[in-house]
Design a protein around this ligand. Structure first.
Ligand code: UD1
Ligand code: UDP
Length: 383
């Protein structure tokens, strides 16, 4: 059998983590059928936003790094598009694999589709129905340029059906007749796999003296929260009130975007108040094994992250979602998470409600932990 060459494009932190699942499945089960070329756009580049994951998750070193770095949406996407096109012309892969909804995703979809290379979109079909989110535009456009769409949830399948995608495949997959599969979430694969490694290797709970200490894990990086001083201050006011009310600690691994915005957007007296509250600890972005340990040991999670709200569900933790909508509707429908946006009062009310009740979770709605193997099988069969 001839090997199929696929070219995987990653760039932002969650994509690097997601790619670990597929690379692991290829290395373990499909190395004779699939050759994977890895391209890092360089969208995320700090050691703790990129390199740390390659080391701890066993992801192969990228074959190319476009080193695009930070910038406006247009600047980043254009630089990636042009860099990727050149690599695609040279490598001539059988398909380009993309993840999620970042600027790296849309750039890769566009680069490949325009030169007739099939696009494989992993995490297809998700919708927040809020086009003010740059991610919503990226994910809709990427889906409509794809030839294979791997959908993590039933809600994602329903979204694609409404947009005219056929679930019955009459012909060989092509961009005008894409194949859509409900396959579960590769991040569920990863959470199961790396939770064991995290138990063995992570020391963060001891290092932060969190043994036997109830704490809230928080992450904030969505532009609607970080780039609006009113929203950003409102979230921190809620955290200050929460520690006052519960005496719990808050551990907040800080995205570099948010670190910058705290310094430039929050007024100095509020910043002082925040640093004086020792129960709220702003730490550097965590590695994935540490992040899993924090999630597993937290009493509650407060986040605007797509990935973290889902991991809260995987580990049966209540979650306050600092957004007005979510594309992971199942976690809210299950009663395990509450959407609050950035309103301090709503955040506090949701936290109080979630802390007073036992939540029920059923992680099987995110698959059986073998989504990556399913995806590999379909890539081999369909392309
Ligand atoms: C991006 C994605 C978002 C995803 C998030 C994951 C888009 C439009 N957004 O948002 O969907 O949820 O990644 O974390 O693609 N920065 C650094 N060092 C880094 C990376 C970023 O300092 O290694 C700072 C820069 O100031 C940069 C800012 O963070 O301007 C934002 O980075 P960017 O990649 O544009 O967007 P994210 O907010 O990270
Ligand atoms: N994550 C991590 N360290 C952190 C924060 C997040 O390893 O300090 C992981 C998290 O566990 C999840 C992924 O990064 O798997 C989510 O990425 P992020 O929140 O940056 O983006 P989103 O999922 O919102 O696109």
């Amino acid at each position: 059998m001839t090997q199929k060459k696929i070219l995987t494009v990653i760039g932002a932190r969650p994509q690097i983590i997601k790619a670990a699942a597929l690379s692991r499945a290829i290395q373990t089960h499909f190395s004779e059928q699939i050759e994977e070329i890895l391209v890092h756009t360089g969208q995320h580049y700090d050691e703790n936003m990129s390199a740390v994951f390659f080391e701890e998750l066993g992801i192969p070193k990228p074959d190319y790094n476009l080193a695009v770095g930070s910038g406006s949406h247009g600047h980043m996407t254009a630089a990636m598009l042009s860099g990727l096109e050149a690599i695609l012309e040279k490598e001539k892969p059988a398909a380009v694999v993309i993840y999620g909804d970042t600027n790296s995703t849309i750039a890769a979809a566009l680069a490949a589709a325009k030169i007739h290379i099939p696009v494989v979109h992993i995490e297809a079909g998700l919708r927040s129905f809020n086009k003010a989110m740059p991610e919503e535009i990226n994910r809709i456009a990427a889906d409509h340029m794809s030839t294979l769409l791997f959908v993590p949830t039933q809600a994602g399948i329903a979204n694609l059906t409404k947009e005219g995608f056929e679930l019955v495949h009459q012909t060989k997959a092509r961009i005008d007749a894409p194949h859509v599969y409900h396959c579960g979430d590769i991040m569920y694969d990863n959470s199961l796999y790396f939770a064991q490694l995290s138990d063995q290797k992570s020391r963060i709970i001891t290092e932060l003296e969190l043994n036997q200490t109830p704490f809230v894990l928080c992450t904030i990086h969505r532009d609607s929260n970080t780039d609006d001083p009113v929203a950003l201050e409102s979230i921190f006011r809620a955290l200050l009130a929460l520690v006052e009310q519960t005496n719990m600690r808050v551990i907040l691994p800080l995205h570099p975007r948010t670190r910058g915005k705290i310094q430039t957007l929050l007024n100095p007296s509020f910043q002082e108040k925040l640093s004086a509250e020792t129960r709220i600890q702003l730490i550097d972005p965590a590695g994935f094994l540490d992040m899993i340990a924090l999630e597993k040991n937290a009493r509650m999670i407060v986040t605007d992250s797509g990935g973290v709200q889902k991991e809260a569900y995987f580990f049966a933790k209540p979650c306050v979602i600092l957004r007005e909508q979510t594309e992971w509707v199942e976690v809210v429908e299950a009663g395990a998470a509450i959407l609050t946006g950035s309103d301090a009062q709503k955040i506090l009310e949701a936290a109080t409600q979630l802390l007073s009740q036992t939540i029920q979770t059923d992680a099987s709605i995110f698959g059986n932990g073998r989504a990556a193997e399913f995806i590999c099988e379909k890539i081999i069969a369909d392309l």
